[in-house]
Design a protein around this ligand. Structure first.
Ligand code: MN
Length: 721
């Protein structure tokens, strides 16, 4: 067991000002809390947290992390509570323990392999404080080291989880030593035969390898010394899992894995790294394509080195990494190096400027801790996660969906299935009902609710951030719009045919006529043709000309599609008139009212086809309509029940007497009209010019209002603008 004295010494080696009293209190508290528990091996349970703390101290982590390592299992396994820890050791340590406890509760077992990456991200996102993750990784390392005492089935499960979740996390954090050990310990249980095989081969070849390494190291060091560089050269075998992977990848035997040995050259400066590379390459032939410059292109986890591979003595391939001592430290412990670097200054604010730039999220971590208001808020980890652009949510089945930050319930619904998206009426986040626009937070458990009558609408595009969802909504809207345009085209064509004494019904039943028309303008289907008419790209008159000429020379209308006398009667009885398309007021989707004249139901009107936007309706006397392209003109008429609230403006000239505005206003309200705007100006001749705007349902109502206004005493003239 790691003794208290050793632990304090180990922490103080890198953190000379560490509070040894705090460490010893944490040590004794945990030892006491776990006093009645035993490990599977029969050892006292406290051996485990003490070892975890020891590993953390070796990683040079700060005293708070080491204390959290000592206490990491007390909340989960003993009667101790978060509040007690906060009282006893402060909020920082209590929060760290709390974070580790919560990570421990996440169950990765039932997950499929393909979700491993999502879970790694989830773990990252959940760890508010990166140190939580480091404590958890050390906890896992110690558990792996004592895995032999577990039952066989638990061994495999834990080893798989380590291989799939924790080792890659350690790798991402740049903690290569930790990662390698986690991998090798996992492999031992996942592929026991292969593991033993490689271990045996490695130990059988050890003496020879060591001799070889020694020879290469000496000769390289001597060469570098000649050139004036002080360098340390060390070599060793790849770790077992990496050899195993090479064997799998290349389907080869141990003996055929050629670059088992690798060398690390440590020099004093960055410039020396490149100079050393030159020396290495001039001495041994470099293998093309194997040089990588991670000094110029620092890895996101801060790793820096020059990598190369050469053909060394005895034609053996060697992997060589060249780095400074500082880079070497980072290469070994990754992000953990950060806490050590900063020890000389106050930890909360202290990052070297170059570190701050490179490691912005670590800086955020420091500030985040200072204003941490609600430590119990489990998933509010967004500020420091390593994937600031993503959120993670669970489906009811426990699958994880990775979505871009800002994603809504709709994005989530469309990520399940386009039909789920199209009918999404909202959902439940952690049991609480939420609207479709609700923005997902990491860790939400989301259930989607659907309803048959729900349809995607225009504003949905704004609620979605994923292109998948946006595209689905847009294509749905497009298809809706297309359908409406086809219908409009059919209606226009039908009207035009009727006016020419032709029957659309008969035309439609005559495949020859139909295909003649389709071909005549290069369309592929009848719908395309009708769409063209609906969009105003195709003139129905032109089509009728073609029909006429195809009917057997001259301008004879083909008898086959001529309207019969019976149909004419039917038209009259059913009220189908020949004056054009019917406008039914406000709810016509492809009808727009031109704002220049604001036609009211009952006004004489005229329509113009606007490309892709249906029919624009003007008043027949509108000057703008008069100037519009006659080619696009189409006859329109009001439907029988056409009504719709439309804005109308009246110009009213009154005498400028006191109280006149109030009198006019009363006249409006007597007609149950609410004014939306009133502009009043006094003229020099003792009259006033007023403009009133209000909404009106149809021409009949407007006329009633105007008649009432004319009767008001003091009103000189009333005019529609
Ligand atoms: Mn533990």
């Amino acid at each position: 067991m790691v003794a208290l004295g050793e632990l304090v010494k180990s922490v103080r080696r890198h953190h000379p000002n560490a509070d040894s009293d705090l460490i010893s209190r944490a040590y004794e508290y945990a030892e006491w809390a776990h006093r009645d528990q035993k490990r599977k091996s029969g050892d006292p349970y406290f051996v485990h947290p003490a070892s975890v703390a020891g590993i953390l101290a070796d990683l040079r982590l700060d005293p708070a992390s080491v204390c959290a390592g000592l206490l990491h299992d007390v909340v989960e396994d003993t009667s101790a509570t978060f509040e007690e820890l906060a009282d006893e050791f402060g909020l920082e340590i209590a929060d760290l323990v709390d974070g580790v406890t919560k990570l421990t509760k996440v169950n990765f077992n039932s997950r499929e392999d393909r979700q491993a990456e999502s879970f790694r991200k989830m773990v990252m996102a959940m760890a508010k404080d990166l140190r939580v993750l480091l404590v958890k990784l050390c906890d896992r390392l110690d558990n792996m080291r004592s895995l032999e005492h577990m039952k066989t089935e638990s061994q495999e499960r834990i080893a798989r989880e380590t291989m799939e979740i924790y080792a890659p996390l350690a790798n991402r954090l740049g903690m290569h030593k930790l990662k390698s050990e986690l991998e090798d310990l996992s492999l031992k249980y996942l592929e026991p035969d292969q593991y033993q095989h490689i271990t045996k081969k490695l130990s059988a070849s050890r003496r020879e390898r060591e001799r070889y390494i020694d020879g290469v190291a000496k000769s390289l060091k001597a060469r570098l010394a000649e050139m004036g560089f002080a360098a340390e050269v060390s070599g060793g075998a790849r770790h077992i899992t990496s050899i195993y992977r090479k064997m799998q990848e290349h389907h080869c035997r141990f003996e055929q894995v050629f670059d088992i040995t690798s060398f690390t050259v440590r020099v004093e400066s960055e410039a020396d790294c490149y100079a050393t590379l030159g020396v290495v390459h001039s001495r041994w032939t470099p293998i093309p394509g194997r040089f990588k410059d991670y000094i110029a292109l620092t890895k996101p986890n801060r790793y820096q080195s020059l990598h190369t591979a050469v053909v060394g003595p005895g034609q053996r391939r060697l992997e060589i990494r060249i780095r400074t001592n500082e880079m070497n430290r980072v290469a070994e412990v990754g992000v953990a190096a950060h806490w050590y670097t900063d020890e000389t200054a106050d930890r909360s604010g202290a990052l070297k400027p170059e570190d701050a730039a490179r490691f912005k999220w670590l800086k955020e971590l420091a500030t985040f801790q200072n204003d941490l208001k609600d430590p119990a808020e489990f998933f509010e980890s967004v500020k420091i996660d390593l994937f600031p652009d993503e959120v993670y949510a669970f489906t009811p089945k426990g699958d994880v969906k990775v979505l871009p930050r800002g994603a809504s319930v709709l994005d989530f619904a469309y990520s399940i299935h386009s039909e789920v998206g199209d009918r999404c009426s909202g959902g439940r986040a952690n049991g609480q009902p939420v609207p479709p626009r609700y923005k997902i937070r990491s860790g939400d458990l989301l259930e989607i609710t659907t309803a048959k009558n729900v349809k995607p609408s225009k504003d949905w595009v704004d609620f979605c951030v994923t292109s998948r969802a946006k595209n689905h909504v847009r294509s749905y809207l497009r298809s809706q719009h297309r359908m409406k345009s086809v219908n409009l085209g059919r209606e226009l064509f039908e009207t035009e045919m009727r006016a020419a004494g032709l029957s659309y019904g008969k035309f439609f039943k005559n495949p020859d006529q139909v295909s003649t028309l389709i071909k005549s303008n290069g369309s592929e289907t009848l719908d395309d043709l009708l769409l063209g008419i609906g969009y105003g790209k195709v003139q129905p008159e032109e089509l009728i000309k073609i029909l006429n000429s195809s009917g057997g020379g001259d301008d004879a209308v083909p008898a086959s599609i001529r309207t019969g006398p019976l149909e004419k009667i039917v038209d009259r009885v059913t009220g189908r008139d020949h004056t054009g398309i019917r406008v039914n007021g406000a709810d016509d989707t492809l009808v727009r009212y031109a704002r220049c004249c604001n036609a009211l139901a009952g006004d004489p009107i005229i329509g113009f086809i606007t490309r892709g936007r249906g029919v624009t309706v003007h008043r027949r006397d509108c000057a703008k309509a008069f100037n519009s392209d006659p080619e696009r003109r189409v006859d329109v008429s009001w439907g029988a029940n056409a009504k719709g609230a439309r804005p109308v403006s009246l110009k009213i000239v009154t005498q400028n007497t006191p109280g006149i505005l109030a009198t006019v206003g009363r006249a409006f309200s007597a007609q149950k009209i609410n004014l939306t705007e009133a502009i009043c100006k006094a003229n020099e001749d003792g009259t006033a010019q007023n403009e009133f705007t209000f909404t009106c349902n149809d021409l009949a109502q407007l006329k009633t209002v105007m008649r009432a206004l004319v009767k008001v005493k003091g009103v000189v003239a009333v005019e529609r603008t």
